[in-house]
Design a protein around this ligand. Structure first.
Ligand code: SF4
Length: 284
């Protein structure tokens, strides 16, 4: 690294320190260093200037050392960027976020959507459900989870002793992907900042991810949902649990009992009792 570049970086770091942002720089650097494959990490380390103590290990010790996986798995929240971390926006509300979203054209999904599906429910909810994206019925009505899968989600919520108005329901992307395909990376990247703000504004006690897309986005992983479904994880200081999407349950009713067990964990944390034995039984 040449001197002007180094000086420039030092100035930025000093500036961040003065703003109180340095810890986020460091957290992010740690996370990024822990994630790349070993070969990339080694290459990056070779470029770090200045004196850097090299570990003193004999070849025998190196040979005996356990081989660590190249990618460190969470539980960690998606690493906040410098600005996400800095601006957990004080006083942000769902209304402000919706206004900021506007008639959004930030990604190509706007070309085929009918209505933006922003989210629905209580701004004071203890429980937020995050799905993947709107389907046909949602696109028509502008509301999340109102089709067949939505009816099943409503039943699940009621079985937990709640009503839809008690929780908040939203998706990773707010416009329907054509033919109900999965959202693409650029679409998720364009839309997810609004989801992050929604979660920050609501500040729930528990987030339930419905399906792999929501869980992978919030947890910053590409692991299969089956690797962590039903486990308590953490997203920016909030408990997070991933379970199967209701649409999956429509295709695989046998998985309902697994989801009900997951929801019972959520109920335990939130101090909820099933509304009725009949409602709960319908989930098993
Ligand atoms: Fe905007 Fe999100 Fe719709 Fe893309 S999916 S156009 S980012 S609202």
């Amino acid at each position: 690294m040449n001197d002007p570049t180094r000086t420039n970086i030092e100035n930025w770091l000093t500036y961040a320190e003065e703003l109180g942002l340095a810890p986020f720089y460091r957290d992010r650097a740690i996370q990024e260093q822990s994630n790349p494959p070993a070969a990339i990490a080694i290459e990056a380390a070779a470029e770090i200037p200045g004196p850097m103590p090299k570990p003193k290990q004999s070849s025998a010790l190196i040979a005996a050392a356990p081989i660590k996986p190249a990618v460190t798995f969470f539980p960690t929240a998606a690493g906040p960027t410098l600005f996400e971390a800095a601006d957990r926006i004080q006083g942000d509300t769902l209304e402000i976020i919706r206004t900021d979203l506007g008639e959004c054209t930030r990604c190509k999904l706007h070309k085929t959507r009918n209505k933006i599906v922003f989210g629905d429910g209580s701004e004071k909810a203890d429980l937020v459900f995050v799905g993947e994206g709107p389907g046909h019925d949602e696109d028509i009505q502008g509301l999340p989870f109102v089709g067949r899968a939505g009816k099943l989600l409503t039943q699940m919520i009621e079985a937990m002793g709640l009503q839809r108005k008690d929780v908040y329901i939203c998706n990773v992307v707010k416009c329907r992907p054509p033919e109900n395909r999965m959202p693409e990376r650029d679409e998720i990247a364009a839309c997810s900042p609004f989801l992050i703000r929604q979660i920050d504004a609501i500040h729930p006690k528990v987030i339930v991810c419905l399906g792999a897309t929501a869980a992978q986005m919030l947890l910053n992983t590409n692991r299969s949902i089956s690797a962590f479904r039903g486990e308590w994880l953490e997203y920016r200081g909030t408990r997070l649990l991933a379970t199967y999407h209701p649409a999956y349950l429509l295709r695989n009713p046998a998985a309902k009992s697994e989801v009900w067990k997951d929801l019972q964990k959520v109920m335990s944390v939130l101090g909820l009792k099933p509304k009725s034995a009949g409602a709960a039984a319908s989930q098993r």
